[in-house]
Write a protein that binds this ligand. Structure first.
Ligand SMILES: [Zn+2]
Length: 382
């Protein structure tokens, strides 16, 4: 990561940006405004990635921010532009995502700082080992002078590629629920137990998995996945007595996600009752949807159009730093088409002409924001 920071610093130094690494390990490069004390527009994404990753998730958003500054050729705006390359977005090392962006909104708390990696090293220790001072993290937090946060990111899904559109604008980041369901029936002999006298936990779970898929297919925008299943005793000649399985369900509207989840809970109970089984459940995660800033969304939509592309409004099924920043500042995201919808894999790619369109869209957006009411509200009083 030191090498990565130095590489990006090398690109940004000639652009007249003021460079630093904050105490949470985020790269920060401030490009000045036409006037002092002007508000700041943040543009960036994350610099970390997953094992066996592709070359674009996260880093493309940082490189695009640097390329935008380069394309300005010294031109300045009534707002400063701060390029940010977040640390630890993926949560690979400590099992907790968004460590860098949480520092910016002041929610990188002691609990999170004490999380440990596989070698027992805490977040606080890792920060110190990197050469930073964890007690200075509060100084990484955003001040009141923020115009907004804009993030370019590959879509990591097939929607834009299927539509044949280079760029999309994210309206909301989907809320998600993760649960574990357990069907308990009765294990018994596969040869001697007649079909009408069985309480087969795998058959019950299978019926319910079908219901999950049908529900998600019937509700626009809903995605629901049973990704993990464990049966007991798991033997060829034994009717399963117990099945544990997970449900991951997501939607841009919390109301639709909750009502669909309730429907699936009722459906599990009905299936269990009909077959003489018991079903229980445990909630592992319940995270509300996060709306992107409506004004920024419509400005981005106009900027995409001005760059010669037909915009597509969409919900992000994955979490992003923008979701964290949105708690404190106006935030929005621009998605670039992911060829084949492939991500978190070495085959992840992006089209060079889509990157050119994203850059053009970014330049349009900066011009639009120079005269926007969002800016007027945040200018210091004369
Ligand atoms: Zn990412």
């Amino acid at each position: 990561m030191h090498d990565c920071h130095n590489e990006i610093f090398g690109w940004m130094r000639p652009l007249g940006a003021e460079l630093r690494i904050d105490a949470a390990g985020n790269l920060r490069g401030l490009y000045p405004a036409t006037t002092p004390n002007a508000p700041k527009l943040f543009i960036g994404s994350h610099l970390d990635t997953v094992p066996n990753a592709g070359a674009y998730d996260g880093i493309l958003g940082v490189v695009l921010a640097v390329a935008l500054l380069e394309a300005l050729e010294g031109r300045q705006f009534p707002f400063a532009i701060e390029v940010v390359g977040f640390s630890e977005e993926e949560g690979v090392r400590f099992g907790s995502p968004f460590i860098g962006s949480r520092a910016l909104i002041g929610t990188l708390d002691q609990d999170l700082m004490s999380h440990r990696d596989a070698n027992g090293i805490s977040v606080a220790q890792a920060i110190a080992d990197f050469g930073l001072n964890p007690t200075e993290i509060p100084q990484a937090a955003l001040k009141d002078d923020i115009l907004g946060y804009v993030e370019f990111h590959i879509e990591q899904g097939p929607v834009l590629d299927t539509l044949g559109r280079p760029l999309g604008v994210v309206e909301a980041i989907a809320g998600q629920s993760r649960l574990e369901f357990t069907f308990v029936g009765r294990a018994n002999h596969a040869g001697t137990t007649p079909m009408n006298l069985r309480h087969d936990a795998i058959a019950a779970a299978a019926e319910w998995i079908g219901a999950v898929e049908r529900q998600a297919q019937a509700v626009p925008g809903l995605v629901a996945t049973v990704g993990k299943i464990d049966a007991k005793p798991s033997a060829t000649n034994v009717i399963a007595g117990e099945v544990r399985l997970t449900l991951d369900i997501r939607h841009g509207s919390d109301e639709i996600r909750t009502s669909s989840l309730n429907h699936l809970i009722r459906s599990a109970e009905e299936i269990a009752q009909k077959r003489g089984l018991l079903v229980s459940r445990k909630t592992l995660l319940s995270q509300p949807a996060v709306a992107m800033h409506p004004f920024l969304v419509s400005e981005i939509e106009a900027a995409i159009r001005a760059s010669g592309c037909e915009p597509h409004r969409m919900v992000s099924g994955a979490g992003h730093d923008a979701m964290i920043l949105a708690e404190k500042v106006p935030a929005a995201m621009i998605f670039l088409r992911s060829p084949g919808g492939i991500s978190h894999d070495p085959a992840e790619s992006v089209r060079i002409e889509d990157v050119a369109s994203a850059l053009e869209c970014g330049l349009q957006l900066l011009d639009q924001l120079s005269s926007s009411p969002l800016l007027q509200k945040r200018m210091p009083r004369a």
